[in-house]
Design a protein around this ligand. Sequence first.
Ligand SMILES: [Fe+2]
Length: 381
Amino acid sequence: MWTFACPRAVIYGNDAIEAISFETADRVLIVTDKSIATLNYVEMVKSRLKASKIAVFDEVEPEPSLDTAFKCAKLAKEFDPQLIIAIGGGSVIDVAKMARILREIDIDPVGITPFVDLFELGYKKKSKLIAIPTTSGTGADVTWACVLTDKAENRKMTPANKEIIPDVSILDYRIVEKMPSRLIAGTGMDALTHAIEGLVSIWRNDFSDAMCEKALELVLENLEKSYANDLSARAKMHIAATMAGMGFGNSQVGLIHALGHSFGAFFKLHHGICVGLFLPYVLQYYRRSVDAKSILDRVSRKIGLEDMEVLINRIFELMKKIGVPTKISEIVDDKEFSEKLENLIMATLNDASLAMSPRVPDYEETRKIYEYAFQGKEIDF
Ligand SMILES: [Fe+2]
């Protein structure tokens, strides 16, 4: 038995935010961060609400902590909103997802695990949750996990359950029109990696394949144009990120995210840049996985590329065109890299994402993947 889970609705278009005017909630909590709060998106939402009481929680930080989710939940408990609207990137949406649960039930987020598929959280969804992503990459608007940092224990946790998914995702293209190109590149690489990891995951299924294949096609067609300010390409990237989220959310990511999570944690770099950096190298490593190779050859042909080798080259070209690093040495110096390598390897081997990879490296192979990616050397093992 398997479940494909996604929001009740995805509302998209260059006027999608108008859907907010149909909401009848009287008390609405808006969750966002300080930088989004300075833009006019919160106003765009507020001006369309019928609510008599609106509260704004704008304290979400990058790599949000569990404490932030509890703080947001405390406000939600007191304010008792019928509707929570998350406006922001993955961090904001993840905090809102967790706060909606914690406002109702006293549960340790550590105990919310993806491996108990049918476990019911037992909350009544007193607050409907609408996610309005302001970047095109994380897919957090449609996934059933959230990434939070337990500062006390200095570790990342990913509570996951089907009941975490927002009820509605709103993809309004106007919101990404002014996204800085650097963010387009980073978040776009995240979406590309989600699509590909979702396709080769050992949990892949026909539903997730459909989403990931289309997302891959859209990203390869549109990321470079989106980076160059083509607004219709930005709209397509916004859709692609959510489709990739529905795909990988139902099949999971793997080795590339295990490497990217560890690398990002030690060098404090953007998540999308980190996973993107390892993407082509891990695809080279997957040449020796019979399953991954046949999937990637087949999907490549489907989207007009000859085989996975052409896909790998296409990814390297794309990365150069959108100005993201193609090897670690472009962003980290040799000394710092060598000092942290041991910790990077151990963090990667302990990352939960590794379990869903079509080929899982041992200690020595993990070291070599890091070293080859540092030098920009083709993986031949
Ligand atoms: Fe990601």
